[in-house]
Ligand binder design. Structure first.
Ligand code: ATP
Length: 353
């Protein structure tokens, strides 16, 4: 794991910090980020992130390229120094928490010891932890028993990822942090990875992972934190993040619809946008009940009607697109209500900057 040879990042971590966690009798959060900022030259990679992740939560960090996910994870693990703000893991500084074996990490470019077998590397690394799982068990859990005798520098990209997963499990951590864990895996490996991950997390352990695979976040995470330009723009249960972009789509077959009739559908109450493909119209609806009543009144012959919830993909694009920032899109446009901390569901929060 990269922090094992991260001497170049040795910037003198302080002892346990006096955070809210350490000043109360509450058990400390698995992860607490307070006012984190990081600049690379003129680039604001991370621009004021506050985040608390409780024990047993599975949190997906989502965001477009360059949103600041990897930089956040690097600071969280003590691999990069924040310009401002603080990180605590279980009430400890990140390097202390990692050294104590409380944290396992799987990074995009985390190195593997070269020139040794996978089994040998795991045994060597295990000896560095105060309490490590037996190597055979880790190989089995990560599904890489067949790779135990393979040299680490002769693995494929997907195999390397699975071995990195084994390394992350090795200290029997309470928290696993994963940066795009399945990026190089084929479909079968990806499926097997998430099965193994679920089994591991079922014991109430905490998982924080960055991904571009929205389906993975939807399938696996309890909570989604959406980043854009180094800031948190939405944070809440998956279903609530989806709800932030305003509801549902109504699809119906309406025969003989011309352009002016489509314009009329766009103006129906409860409808934000209308599109047509052949005879099938799709209406994006912040208020689908109202929209359906209006559609049936306007087009009594409409048939094959279906109503579907907003997908995570829609939420992701709407919340992170450039136009979302300018305030003229589905997030803030005329027909779709702007999600704000008061209009958003109780436990979801958003901020627009
Ligand atoms: N070492 C670095 N030096 C200079 N700029 C950097 C460095 N690391 C990251 N950046 C910049 O900081 C910003 C955030 O990058 P980061 O890698 O954290 O984003 P990300 O959300 O992980 O992106 P991706 O999904 O593409 O991996 C980007 O603009 C990136 O170019």
């Amino acid at each position: 794991m990269s922090w094992l040879n991260s001497d170049d990042h040795d910037w003198g971590e302080a002892g346990p910090e006096r955070t809210l966690d350490t000043m109360t009798s509450e058990p400390p959060a698995s992860v607490r980020l307070s006012g984190l900022r990081k600049m690379y030259g003129a680039v604001r990679a991370v621009d004021g992130i506050d985040l608390a992740v409780g024990a047993g939560e599975i949190v997906a960090l989502l965001g477009p390229n360059g949103a600041g996910k990897s930089t956040t994870i690097d600071m969280l693990l003590g691999l990069a120094r924040p310009d401002e703000g603080a990180v605590t893991l279980f009430g400890l500084g990140p390097r202390q928490a990692c050294a104590a074996g409380r944290v396992g990490a799987m990074l995009q470019n985390g190195g593997l010891l070269p020139g040794v077998s996978v089994g040998r590397m795991l045994r060597d690394v295990a000896s560095l932890y105060p309490r490590a799982l037996p190597v055979d068990e880790v190989l089995d859990r990560a599904g890489v028993t067949d790779l135990a005798g393979s040299r680490t520098d002769r693995l494929s990209g997907g195999q390397r990822q699975r071995v990195r997963f084994a390394l992350a499990l090795l200290p029997d951590p309470d928290l696993i942090v994963l940066d795009e864990p399945t990026a190089a895996m084929d479909v079968e490996s990806r499926r097997a990875f998430w099965v193994a991950m679920r089994a591991w997390a079922a014991g109430g352990r905490t998982v924080l992972f960055a991904t571009h695979y929205l389906e993975e976040a939807d399938d696996f995470a309890d909570r989604i934190v959406l980043l854009r330009r180094g800031r948190v723009i939405a944070d809440g249960p998956t279903s609530e993040v989806k709800a932030l972009v305003g509801g549902r789509t109504i699809r119906a077959t309406v025969r003989g619809l011309d352009v002016s009739a489509l314009d009329e559908l766009r103006r129906l109450p409860g409808v934000a946008r209308a599109e047509r493909r052949g005879d099938v119209v799709s209406l994006a609806c912040p208020d689908s009940d109202r929209a359906l009543r209006a559609l049936l009144a306007a087009c009594p012959d409409a048939c094959d009607i279906e109503i579907v919830g907003a997908g995570l993909e829609d939420a992701f694009i709407a919340l992170t697109s450039d136009t979302a920032l300018t305030g003229d899109t589905a997030l803030t446009g005329d027909a779709t209500p702007t999600p704000t901390p008061t209009s958003a569901p109780a436990s979801a929060s958003t901020s627009r900057r």
